[in-house]
Design a binder for this molecule. Structure first.
Ligand code: GDP
Length: 300
């Protein structure tokens, strides 16, 4: 599958390292547990999630007599799926909202614009009409990138000049989407990190202004995270939860990193649903997240 192929280096760590470690074993001795711990930590699973995984695995193993070497792998598989199941909740577009508003947040470079493009294509294929709001008014390139994408795919993009007020762009866009009866409005936001306080104040303003038009909006606040940043993804999530009620995560660039284990750390720490995983640069490389599919791709 695309997911399996897309988990590249993280998969090498898991299936290569962990599978080799557990295969053929019928008991979990301390050396094995320690080696397993090292492997999990090296994939950026993080200390908390690693401890949880090891404790659950030991607990599971103690309840059973393991018949063969595969049994331990099966227990690890179940343990990992259990940890990820709470964050498996696909985005469901509520058609009654008109428009269903998705506010996309995240720091520069994580793949926000790319993810917006991929989501747009996916939603169109599912039969929805989509409009985009170029809310990252800080970077001229971000507005141009979104406009170019919109032109190529014939998707309306609401934009103003560089430096315009992000909240004002998004206010216009929600009104335009309402009057044109668009199903889904996807709004980009600025992601500059060097001025965190300002970024967060701006985000809070966007949320306030949006509520003036539609009290239920935004219906989804999607945080885009680059899996390759490893533990930084945790601090970014922490920073954004302070200003915006995050309802979903898109975890990108899983194809280019060995740090894909960060998804376990995110699950353990935040329990925010992972709506999509990015495993490449093509539109089809944005996949819905499924815990069992993900773990199977890692371990197979
Ligand atoms: P933004 O600054 O957050 O809007 O980031 P962009 O959308 O411009 O993406 C930054 C770079 O990451 C671009 O070169 C994208 O093609 C790339 N990118 C985004 N998502 C993925 C992914 O899932 N896999 C890979 N390999 N590259 C990605």
């Amino acid at each position: 599958s695309r997911v399996k192929a897309g988990l590249g280096k993280t998969r090498v760590q898991f299936s290569g390292g962990i599978a080799a470690l557990l295969l053929g074993r019928k008991t979990l001795d301390d050396d094995t547990l320690e080696a397993l711990e090292t492997l999990l930590l090296s994939s950026d699973v993080g200390i908390d999630a690693t401890q949880t995984i090891l404790a659950n695995l030991v607990e599971r193993a103690s309840r059973k007599t393991l018949k063969d070497g595969d049994a331990l792998m099966q227990l690890l598989r179940e343990t990992l799926i259990d940890l990820l199941t709470p964050i498996q909740a696909p985005l469901v577009i509520d058609q009654s909202k008109g428009p269903y508003v998705i506010l996309v947040v995240g720091v520069n470079g994580v793949g926000k614009t790319t993810t917006i493009g991929k989501m747009t294509q996916r939603f169109q294929q599912e039969g929805h009409t989509v409009m985009l709001a170029a809310g990252d008014t800080f970077r001229a390139a971000a507005v141009e990138q979104l406009q170019a994408w919109g032109e190529r795919h014939q998707v309306p993009v609401i934009a103003q000049h560089t430096g315009a007020d992000c909240a004002s762009v998004i206010f216009d866009a929600v009104q335009a989407a309402k009057s044109r009866k668009v199903d889904i409005l996807i709004a980009d936001t600025a992601g500059r990190l060097h001025n965190k306080a300002h970024l967060m104040t701006e985000l809070e303003k966007v949320l306030r202004v949006m509520k003036k038009i539609d009290d239920s909006a935004p219906h989804e606040v999607l945080l885009v995270l680059d899996a390759g940043t490893g533990q930084n993804a945790i601090s970014q999530t922490e920073a954004f939860t302070k200003s915006a009620p995050l309802t979903g995560i898109a975890l990108t660039k899983l194809d280019g990193t060995a740090r894909g284990g960060i998804i376990f750390a995110l699950a353990k720490r935040f329990a925010i649903p992972v709506r999509f995983i990015g495993v490449g640069e093509q539109a089809a490389d944005l996949n819905r997240f499924n815990a069992a599919e993900f773990v199977d791709a890692l371990l197979d």
